[in-house]
Design a protein around this ligand. Structure first.
Ligand code: CO
Length: 154
């Protein structure tokens, strides 16, 4: 009788441990969903984006304006740490064929969306980089002046 009780206790503890373990792995694969909009006035709705280190990040970009992609195109480009923002934006101007994402500077990019026009939406999903502060911008010619912000990983 005593042995049977012990057996059930062990089973109960094992089940509790299994559930606890599952919970933990859920928080490891945490997802940060960011809703970013961009308008015809060359503005994002966010100046700062904050995410958790090690999480999966999904950036939803929605162009809430009406102007076409070739005159008011918007994207979201996240640069690696210590990349010179204005230098990068300058290189992007001559990258019209690749939607203003310069192939020569691909190694300086963590993630980017496609370029969209008024009424369109896009998204990009990536693993959050190491803790720190990174820069994001729209690489359409001239837009980075008003369309840039801090991407903070904590
Ligand atoms: Co733009």
């Amino acid at each position: 009788m005593k042995l049977r009780f012990l057996f059930f206790s062990v089973i109960t503890i094992a089940l509790l441990a299994a559930c606890g373990g599952k919970k933990e792995s859920n928080s490891d694969t945490q997802k940060n969903v960011i809703d970013l909009t961009a308008n015809d006035q060359m503005q994002y709705n966010l100046k700062t984006i904050e995410v958790t280190a090690g999480s999966t990040v999904r950036v939803n970009l929605k162009h809430i304006g009406q102007m076409a992609k070739n005159i008011m195109g918007h994207n979201f480009v996240l640069l690696k740490a210590d990349v010179d923002l204005s230098e990068f934006a300058a290189a992007a101007i001559s990258a019209k064929d690749t939607d203003y994402v310069p192939k020569s500077k691909e190694d300086q990019i963590i993630a980017h969306t496609s370029l969209i026009g008024g009424g369109e939406s896009t998204f990009v999903e990536f693993k959050a980089p190491a803790a720190g502060t990174y820069k994001f911008l729209c690489t359409f010619p001239g837009h980075y002046v008003t369309m840039q912000g801090d991407f903070i990983v904590k």
